[in-house]
Design a protein around this ligand. Structure first.
Ligand code: SF4
Length: 251
């Protein structure tokens, strides 16, 4: 891959980032700093670039994406823009979404939902499916564990729902942080009152990114947190299901 500060990784043959087999493009930069982040190297914002560079990078990325067209076709897959937070680089994101649509490549936008309202609504017109995280409803707790308030995440979700945007909601199950009955109850109430979405994917906390923290000289605040037991996952799954949600465990 060419050296650039805007994309930190390209991963091929992904099966957990949306439907089918996908290429995932990881954007650099995220406004949040979730304690459980598996990609802490993605959080630092890149410097702004000009249109010429962005177009050049988009062309390079399309070449990478198109290498696996045959797998996308066979598996009903495509490309996923993840991060970091892709909404932080709207010019590059929109350019890639437009190019993919032209070539009929299915696109997913994996987002925290924390972004500029105009940008996310514009992205909804260009992307085929959002993978949208809903973590914590209490704004103080959201701020404590992610560094930012939950307000924009909820407001954007409401507006996307009004537009009937295709969204796969994802709930990161983080022991001692997002897994309380109270939080799940608030999420259910919010979704029922404000959105059309009744499917949710539960993403259990795992320790895959742990080694990165020491190599980046960052403090890993999750080192004493254990991965959730099957019993706890079942309890949360049943809480959603008892209120009419279809639940999938995993991406
Ligand atoms: S939103 Fe995602 S990329 Fe950003 S800090 Fe949280 S987990 Fe990491």
């Amino acid at each position: 891959m060419i050296e650039n500060p805007y994309i930190f990784k390209i991963q091929r043959y992904c099966i957990h980032d949306g439907p089918g087999i996908r290429t995932t493009i990881f954007f650099q930069g995220c406004p949040l700093s979730c304690l459980w982040c598996h990609n802490p190297e993605s959080q630092a914002m890149p410097v702004k670039s000009d249109k010429k560079n962005i177009d050049k990078l988009a062309d390079f990325l399309m070449e990478e994406i198109e290498k696996d067209l045959i797998f996308y076709d066979d598996s009903r897959g495509g490309v996923t823009f993840s991060g970091g937070e892709p909404l932080c680089q709207p010019q590059l994101l929109f350019r890639l979404l437009d190019l993919c649509r032209k070539k009929e490549i299915h696109t997913c936008l994996d987002t925290s939902g924390y972004g500029d309202n105009k940008i996310i609504l514009k992205a909804a017109k260009k992307a085929d499916l959002f993978l949208y995280d809903i973590k914590l409803l209490d704004t103080k707790l959201h701020e404590k564990y992610t560094g930012k308030s939950v307000g924009p995440v909820l407001e954007n979700l409401k507006q996307l729902s009004k537009q009937r945007a295709a969204i796969r909601l994802r709930f990161p199950f983080i022991p001692q942080m997002t897994d309380t009955s109270e939080n799940i109850g608030s999420i259910i109430a919010f979704l029922k009152e404000n959105t059309i979405y009744r499917d949710i994917h539960i993403l259990p906390f795992h320790k895959a990114g742990e080694g990165k923290y020491s190599s980046l000289n960052m403090k890993n605040q999750m080192k004493d947190i254990k991965v959730p037991s099957q019993e706890k996952l079942t309890r949360i799954k049943e809480q959603f299901e008892s209120r009419g949600f279809n639940v999938t465990l995993g991406g």
